[in-house]
Ligand binder design. Structure first.
Ligand SMILES: Cc1cc2nc3c(=O)[nH]c(=O)nc-3n(C[C@H](O)[C@H](O)[C@H](O)COP(=O)(O)O)c2cc1C
Length: 313
């Protein structure tokens, strides 16, 4: 999740909570053919992701850059799977024809994957490893009827896994997921499918698996930020009675970790406020919590507010 689940977050999260099989990196724009800007290099550097299974995600409408960056991530950093973002609805991303905007024209989407898989064959050193390509997708731009043709494109290529978030680009993160469209894509996909969208409880997870026993996994975004123990609850591995104390430690450690890397109060505060946009929803009075956290002007004020919030939990 762009802006939130970078390596600093992943490491701290992993210290306090478990249950996650693999993390997907926030999207990496492929601005140059085979160069990764330092910010992204740091994020995927295996040294910064010890004990974490990470799948880097690329965001690009350029199949050649995508292929070369994917091969670089595989040969230089050892990543065997690279995920392609065909789902980000943000205006700045889609204005450039990337993310969910890739779904606007299925002819162009088809050409992208055709070139990508062709280029992958020759992009690396001879006899070198080529990464698997998985795709994260929405179901269309504006109409659910778009999903059918989009899936036909994916079915034509050797995609390793298709992660489906059954919302349209125009819906951003609001409204309900289109389960009927997901059902259809799940049935018709020739690739293993991962479900994504609105999993907030073990019950949500169980229902998805009960109705779609063939799915490979679920991907969880906001639900896990709101309740960091969600994956443990789903797997039944949560240690009784430790949640609040672990949550406090996790929030404190994350703030310290950001500050030790950024060495800057403003950026650290910004990051923590971003996280609380999600965390607050699991507190007793979520609106009040958010109001108080957002009001903090510096780290001292922020920490005092967090203590007050936890005192009432
Ligand atoms: C702040 C934010 C950042 C996100 N960044 C990414 C991203 O970089 N790559 C991606 O594939 N999805 C990203 N997403 C989308 C989530 O991965 C997920 O598809 C979406 O939130 C629906 O799942 P959820 O209901 O479990 O959150 C982001 C979502 C949010 C709210």
């Amino acid at each position: 999740m762009e802006g939130i689940t970078g390596y600093i977050f992943r490491n701290v999260y992993n210290r306090f909570f478990g249950g996650i099989d693999r993390f997907y990196s926030p999207f990496i724009p492929t601005s140059q053919k085979d160069k990764l800007p330092p910010k992204y290099r740091r994020d995927i550097d295996p040294e910064n992701n010890r004990g974490i299974t990470l799948i880097p995600q690329l965001l690009s409408k350029d199949p050649i850059r995508t292929a070369h960056t994917a091969v670089k991530l595989c040969t230089e950093y050892g990543y065997g799977e690279i995920n392609i973002n065909c789902g980000c609805p943000s205006g700045t991303v889609t204005a450039g024809g990337r993310g969910a905007a890739m779904l606007a024209d299925t002819g162009a989407l088809d050409a992208f994957f055709e070139s990508l898989f062709k280029e992958l064959e020759t992009a690396g050193p001879e006899g070198g490893r080529v990464p698997e390509i998985s795709v994260k997708t929405r179901i269309g731009m504006s109409f659910v009827s778009e999903a059918e043709d989009i899936l036909k494109v994916y079915n034509r290529y050797p995609i390793s896994t298709l992660i489906i978030h059954p919302r349209l680009k125009d819906e951003y993160y609001g409204g309900s997921v289109h389960m009927d469209v997901f059902d259809h894509m799940y049935e018709e996909s020739t690739h293993p499918v991962i479900y994504n969208g609105d999993i907030k409880s073990p019950q949500d997870y169980e229902k998805i698996f009960k109705d779609h026993p063939g799915i490979q996994a679920v991907m969880i975004g906001r639900g896990l930020l709101a309740d960091p123990a969600l994956a443990e609850r789903i797997k039944g591995t949560e240690a009784d009675g430790t949640y609040i104390s672990r949550l406090k430690e996790y929030v404190r450690a994350l703030c310290d970790a950001y500050f030790s890397v950024y060495k800057d109060e403003r950026n650290t505060l910004f990051k923590m406020k971003e996280l609380w946009n999600f965390l607050a929803s699991n507190t007793k009075d979520s609106e009040k919590t958010l109001r108080l956290i957002r009001r903090a002007h510096d780290l001292a004020e922020y920490k005092a507010t967090v203590n007050r919030v936890f005192d009432t939990e």
